[in-house]
Design a protein around this ligand. Structure first.
Ligand SMILES: *[C@@H]1O[C@H](CO)[C@@H](O)[C@H](O)[C@H]1NC(C)=O
Ligand SMILES: *[C@@H]1O[C@H](CO)[C@@H](O)[C@H](O)[C@H]1NC(C)=O
Ligand SMILES: *[C@@H]1O[C@H](CO)[C@@H](O)[C@H](O)[C@H]1NC(C)=O
Ligand SMILES: *[C@@H]1O[C@H](CO)[C@@H](O)[C@H](O)[C@H]1NC(C)=O
Ligand SMILES: *[C@@H]1O[C@H](CO)[C@@H](O)[C@H](O)[C@H]1NC(C)=O
Ligand SMILES: *[C@@H]1O[C@H](CO)[C@@H](O)[C@H](O)[C@H]1NC(C)=O
Ligand SMILES: *[C@@H]1O[C@H](CO)[C@@H](O)[C@H](O)[C@H]1NC(C)=O
Ligand SMILES: *[C@@H]1O[C@H](CO)[C@@H](O)[C@H](O)[C@H]1NC(C)=O
Ligand SMILES: *[C@@H]1O[C@H](CO)[C@@H](O)[C@H](O)[C@H]1NC(C)=O
Length: 412
């Protein structure tokens, strides 16, 4: 007896054993039944359900009861029955295994479930002369925007309490855990755009590293590139050009206009360079006194401000020396710019707003400010921002968050 004959022999034994399952009506199997069967092969791919069968016919019947089942693997030795939902043509040779397509439910073996049209997420259950469709899980995906269809389709049948790990497409997170409910439906949820760094904590996975991310700024109705860091939930924008602000450590002599270094420095004097700037996108403006990503010498200068001091020990009521406080704002390359409606106002004693120039493209704003009698200068009114109409950072210059559902403790 060669191996194949042995398998066929064993198989026939199991076919007989299969008749032990309850079969209603007469047990006359049509020739088509055998045409759909191949011995010594196994379908590859993820089975929908594993089942410890009583025999080949039991496995065949189980497949027929599952609305989604298209074919199955049956191991004659272990009686392991693997129900497969997909039309699968890729097989590998496996001794002791039988594969079979179950293209229809036209067989008396199915009893009153013969030719049933139960919904996809159910199993047909024989109930005497009638049948019922018993919900066993969830199938398919909800009609919603921005869901990750691939993720829902990764399994034909999701069992109760199973959670879809990546329910939304990149850039979005689900408003709740997308877990198959006991009624076989997906819960009501929305895929919401990540609109802030702190939303990363809603998700598991690895979206916690420091770096540039795409954030949806609803006020501007657009995705913007922002810097998120692990230890901080605030959004920053990385600056590429020079952004420098000063109240120089000099006193202007109001008569000679000579700039004299001073010690001790007067309270407002200092220099600050910003490398990143805090932008609360919900307010659509720059936070001028967040210095997390700046370096300063002496007193920190607010973003957008400048000033200088006149030596008011020398009594001159209105110095006409130049204004030596200087500011440069450069948003080039960020995809954002300062709104043209922003103006500068004075601060301190004798503050003056000097010449302020704005480049044609709006990327660069610079100016000189200072005082004519004491220490003063200029500062912007609310530093409102808008999208740069001429430049959008490339898609690959920042990461779109991928939200992975948190895995319950003890289930990794
Ligand atoms: C599966 O394949 C069979 C033939 O191989 C075909 O008759 C049937 O329509 C297919 N079913 C689906 C759902 O594609
Ligand atoms: C059942 O599932 C099949 C295969 O996924 C699909 O073609 C069919 O439209 C589904 N039927 C319903 C009612 O969802
Ligand atoms: C699903 O979870 C609920 C609540 O945690 C529990 O009561 C139920 O037994 C679970 N059902 C299944 C099939 O795991
Ligand atoms: C979408 O789902 C697939 C399959 O689960 C996964 O590999 C992919 O990373 C998901 N995409 C996102 C953006 O989560
Ligand atoms: C900030 O640091 C850079 C070098 O890292 C230096 O060139 C610059 O002068 C510093 N700016 C201030 C205001 O200290
Ligand atoms: C400057 O002038 C004011 C009056 O305008 C006077 O009160 C003050 O004493 C003068 N200071 C000096 C240092 O001369
Ligand atoms: C602005 O004014 C300062 C002195 O107040 C002067 O040195 C500078 O050249 C002026 N810049 C422009 C662009 O006019
Ligand atoms: C703005 O940035 C781009 C690259 O991001 C650079 O090519 C360009 O020269 C910059 N323009 C100015 C005025 O700095
Ligand atoms: C989602 O599931 C995780 C793990 O079971 C749980 O910690 C978390 O609270 C759930 N989130 C929501 C919004 O229900």
């Amino acid at each position: 007896m060669d191996i194949n004959n042995q398998v066929i022999f064993t198989f026939m034994v199991w076919v007989m054993a299969g008749t032990r399952v309850q079969v209603e009506g007469n047990m006359c199997l049509k020739p088509e039944f055998y045409q759909n069967m191949r011995i010594g092969e196994k379908f590859l791919g993820e089975p929908m359900v594993f089942y410890q069968a009583g025999g080949l016919l039991d496995c065949y019947r189980q497949c027929g009861f599952y609305s989604l089942c298209q074919s199955f693997n049956y191991n004659v030795e272990t009686r392991q029955c693997e129900l497969i939902a997909l039309n699968n043509s890729i097989t590998e040779p496996v001794i002791n295994n039988i594969i079979m397509d179950v293209p229809n439910r036209e067989n008396q073996l199915f009893g009153s479930c013969e030719n049933h049209v139960c919904p996809n997420n159910t199993v047909c259950q024989v109930e005497g002369l009638t049948h019922s469709c018993v919900v066993v899980g969830c199938h398919g995906y909800p009609e919603k925007q921005h869901i990750n269809i691939t993720s829902f389709e990764a399994k034909s049948l999701w069992f109760f309490n199973e959670t879809v790990l990546y329910a939304c497409e990149a850039g979005y997170y689900p408003s709740r855990n997308v877990t198959c409910s006991l009624t076989g439906t997906w819960p009501a949820f929305l895929c919401q755009p990540f609109n802030g760094c702190e939303k990363r904590s809603m998700c598991g996975g690895d979206a916690t590293a420091d770096g540039e991310y795409w954030i949806f700024a609803s006020k501007m109705d657009s995705w913007v590139r922002a810097y998120c860091s692990a230890g901080n939930h605030a959004e920053y924008v990385t600056l590429y050009g020079l952004n420098t602000f000063s109240t120089p450590i000099f006193l202007k002599d109001p008569i000679t206009c000579v700039q004299v270094p001073v010690t001790p420095k007067l309270p407002p004097m200092g220099y600050t360079h910003f490398k990143k700037v805090r932008v609360p996108f919900s307010q659509q403006m720059i936070d001028v006194d967040n210095f997390r990503y700046s370096n300063s010498s002496s007193i920190r200068q607010n973003f957008g401000s400048a000033g200088d001091c006149v030596d008011n020990d020398v009594n001159d009521t209105n110095s006409d020396c130049g204004l030596i406080g200087r500011f440069i704002i450069n948003t080039n390359g960020t995809g954002l710019r300062i709104k043209s409606s922003v103006t500068w106002e004075t601060w301190g004693v004798g503050g003056r707003v000097g010449n302020i120039t704005r480049s044609q493209d709006g990327h660069r704003i610079e100016g000189n400010c200072g005082s004519v009698v004491g220490c003063g200068g200029c500062k912007p009114t609310d530093l409102l921002i808008e999208l740069d109409p001429n430049y959008r950072p490339p898609l690959d210059s920042a990461t779109l968050f991928k939200c992975k559902a948190p895995v319950p403790i003890g289930h990794e």
